[in-house]
Design a protein around this ligand. Structure first.
Ligand code: PLP
Length: 400
């Protein structure tokens, strides 16, 4: 069975993470070292802040900005629910702006239509591992005095990109399902050093992530890494079937960065020393070739399939996940599972942001219900077999 996704972290990284938890140390010094490491890698004159997660850092950014209640944040119309929850928690309104399904880029006409005198910020999300061109959103933000925040949570690949230097703030995630994961943690990059300092100060007042919680996290993802090797994963799926357990829901629940409990209690913490050290290790040590190979295999797989996909006009996507559009997602997933491939509808928590913005012609929101995420092929054999399995499943469905 080819699992949908394995945690993108090596055994040696996990051993180091365990050692960092034993070593303890000064969290502020470890955070500062990780920030200096990120600044050195990016070398774009901006300033880094390391947070517990993108949601944590974004929450502190909004707490620092103190925008007037009822101010509006123009957001990509497809993103994760928690980013909207954070916006609303600060008394602000999220106004969705269409994305083109083919290019995953903001619709400039929709952007103009969404603007009101209350608009203060533009939050653009790069989706599925792509990086949308930001020239038009940037010009728009500058013209209308909006703070441009780039949500690059899905876009980091270890290729030296740490956000677009022209943005006011860029958000990069190292959560458990992300490329080069540090099992958590995020880097926020600021053009304005003063704003970076103020957000850092706001974060410094928060409780420290418990070292024990981080140690449990290391144990949990080591287990998950072992379980998502092919043979154990096949046995696991079979066992779930015998006991009537929905393996898809179980896996999706267990890889969520902040599963269970009250979201804000969990995100409003600053990273412990071990978390910052692991983040620095991943920033420095992730092999460039790894994500490049994944992107190339993803592109070849998707191009070989008889299915449309969101972002089909995007060149050079990192293919962090492999979404396709299916007329009957449960059938495609069941057909692939029967052929030894673990596809899912829940590989990321993306959803269509509700709101009254009129959908445009190529609106990504309209196709989100049809999205199925394919498992990532690990080699040529996987790629060929998975393409055949998709074709066979689609042919069966057409004949039924
Ligand atoms: C588009 C997007 N924004 C924000 C986040 C949140 O990142 P984090 O888990 O670091 O809070 C995610 C996580 O998947 C995401 O996909």
């Amino acid at each position: 069975m080819l699992p949908r996704q394995r945690p993108d972290i090596g055994w040696l990284d996990l051993v180091c993470a365990a050692a960092y938890t034993l070593r303890g140390g000064d969290p502020a010094a470890a955070q500062a070292a990780a920030e200096a490491g990120a600044d050195a890698l990016a070398d774009d004159g901006r300033h880094s802040l390391v947070s517990l997660s993108v949601r944590s850092g974004f929450d502190r950014l909004l707490a620092t900005l103190q925008l007037p209640p009822g101010s509006e944040v123009l957001v990509s119309a497809v993103t994760i629910r928690d980013m909207i929850a954070v916006i609303e928690r600060h008394g602000l309104r999220a106004v969705p702006v269409d994305l083109h399904a083919d290019t995953l880029s903001l619709d400039v006409a929709a952007l103009a239509a969404a603007l009101t005198p209350r608009s203060r910020m533009l939050l653009v999300a790069h989706l599925f591992g792509s990086r949308m061109p930001l020239r038009a959103p940037l010009d728009f933000a500058r013209q209308h005095g909006l703070l441009l925040v780039e949500d690059g949570a899905q876009a980091y690949t270890g290729d030296g990109w740490l956000g677009d230097a022209a943005c006011d703030v860029s958000l990069l995630s190292f959560g458990p399902i992300k490329t080069a994961t540090a099992l958590g943690g995020a880097v926020l990059r600021f053009a304005d050093p003063g704003l970076c300092e103020r957000v850092r100060a706001a974060q410094a007042h928060q409780p420290l992530q418990a070292g024990r919680a981080f140690a449990q996290r290391v144990g949990k993802y080591a287990l998950l890494k072992a379980l998502t090797a092919r043979i154990p994963y096949g046995l696991f799926c079979r066992a779930c079937g015998w006991f009537g357990i929905d393996h898809d829901a179980l896996i999706n629940r267990s890889v969520r960065g902040f599963a269970g409990g009250e979201l804000f209690q969990r995100i409003r913490q600053r990273p412990c020393a071990a978390q910052s050290r692991l983040l620095l290790r991943r920033l420095r040590g992730y092999p460039r070739a790894r994500a490049a190979q994944r992107a190339q295999r993803g592109e070849r797989l998707l191009a070989a399939l008889p299915l449309a996909r969101p972002g089909q006009a995007v060149a050079g996507s990192g293919h962090w996940v492999l979404p396709v559009l299916s007329a009957d997602p449960p059938r495609l997933i069941a057909g692939l599972l029967a052929r030894g491939f673990d596809a899912t509808r829940g590989a990321s928590s993306l959803y269509a942001v509700p709101g009254d913005a009129a959908p445009g012609a190529g609106d990504l929101r309209r196709v989100m219900d049809a999205v199925v995420y394919l498992p990532a092929p690990e080699g040529e054999g996987d790629l060929r077999r998975l393409a055949e399995a998709v074709r066979a499943t689609v042919t069966d469905a057409a004949a039924a």
